[in-house]
Design a protein around this ligand. Structure first.
Ligand code: ADP
Ligand code: ZN
Length: 349
């Protein structure tokens, strides 16, 4: 087990590796009132483990699914927290995927203006990305993560124990973010290419998770509130989010990879990204998704609304340049669309 310390506005510790859950959680439960938030799938799979470690800690079981990351469920969680008699000194444990982490982190941040929060991510996506860095949110009015706050967890406990029960779709989803990290860090790029034929192996996922968290912790330490460097973690997400919004058939991570594939094509065509390097990244994205679909102008439309955009009528995305090097690119919306559509011609071949 490895400890990664993230010193942002407050200090958070991330414990990563086999055995982290059993070594850390009992100690973290001592000395205060606690509350557990999990979801119905995780509770069904790990109910025995939960009762053996959490005993009679009051809990709220959120129905599984992104559609429950909403204001009404946030209210239910906060109500259950008041009913449990939680105090300023209490601690909320959020055990589950990104949905539980996002809404649980927000509930912890709101209750009595903020109580301690321990994140126990149980999906690859939550382990490599969403549980670290203090972003919390719910969706509203069909807009993802539109209501939320930066609220750092006191501790994050990342244990590969939970990955064994994940369906392949969830592994692919997490690999989307891992390939994104490979495009941001030369070290992660090297490791991913070394394991190109066993990307879905749990032993690889466990090791790469440590490197991804290390990378993210370094970025968040320098730019907690995403005014600069942290935006790089949105590589692939400008187009990825637009496609995800338009057509919800694939997982978030797969859309990120499709976005990364297209935006790498654009960066190559603009002469920004080294050809061979870009081709390797694109092959990696294609390998994980299994095929890059051709996109239409209507599907690209959401990129106009991306949070990174600095002015109306322009689109901003993070372009890969060469190993470990990336840059922010700003294009007029029409040019962005025509360049993506140009790339679509080589998508399905
Ligand atoms: P994310 O992919 O953002 O982490 P969710 O929180 O919705 O999103 O988790 C994805 C799905 O995986 C949910 O249906 C959740 O209940 C389920 N899940 C979470 N952890 C596990 C696990 N360890 N094993 C199996 N299913 C899990
Ligand atoms: Zn993402």
């Amino acid at each position: 087990m490895k400890e990664i310390v993230l010193k942002a506005s407050v200090k958070s510790s991330v414990f990563v590796g086999e055995g982290a859950f059993h070594r850390c959680v009992p100690a973290l439960l001592k000395g205060q009132k606690n509350f557990l938030l999990t979801d119905s799938n995780v509770y069904e799979l790990y109910g025995g483990l939960i009762s053996s470690v959490f005993g009679n800690t009051p809990l709220y079981v959120l129905p599984a699914g992104e559609e429950n990351k909403n204001f009404s469920e946030l209210g239910n969680i906060l109500t259950a927290m008041t009913e449990a008699g939680l105090l300023r000194t209490s601690c909320l444990f959020a055990m589950g995927g990104g949905v539980v982490g996002d809404i649980g982190g927000l509930a912890a941040g709101l209750y009595m203006r903020g109580i301690r929060c321990v994140q126990i991510p149980t999906t690859v996506l939550a382990q490599v990305d969403s549980s670290v860095g203090g972003k919390t949110a719910i969706d509203m009015n069909n807009i993802k993560n539109v209501v939320g706050m930066f609220y750092q967890p006191q501790t994050v406990v990342v244990d590969p124990l939970f990955l064994r029960t994940l369906p392949v779709r969830e592994l692919k989803c997490g690999l989307g973010e891992i390939v994104k990290y490979a495009a941001l860090s030369a070290e992660i790029y090297k490791e991913v290419l070394k394991h190109i034929d066993n990307l879905f192996d749990l032993s690889f996922l466990e090791e790469i998770t440590k490197l991804c968290i290390d990378h993210k912790a370094n970025v968040v330490r320098k730019d907690e509130r995403e005014t600069g460097l942290r935006k790089s973690l949105n590589m692939g997400h400008t187009l990825g989010h637009a496609l995800e919004l338009y057509d919800k058939k694939l997982s978030h991570g797969e859309y990120v990879l499709i976005g990364l594939w297209y935006e790498t094509c654009v960066a190559q065509a603009m002469g920004l990204c080294k050809q061979e390097y870009g081709d390797t990244l694109k092959a990696l994205a294609r390998k994980v998704v299994g095929g890059i679909p051709a996109v239409t102008e209507a599907a690209i439309g959401g990129a106009r609304m991306d949070k990174k955009n600095e002015s109306a009528g322009t689109v901003t995305f993070i372009a890969p340049i060469s190993k470990g090097i990336f840059d922010t690119v700003k294009l007029p919306y029409e040019e962005y669309v025509s360049r993506i559509l140009e790339a679509a011609k080589e998508a399905e071949c």
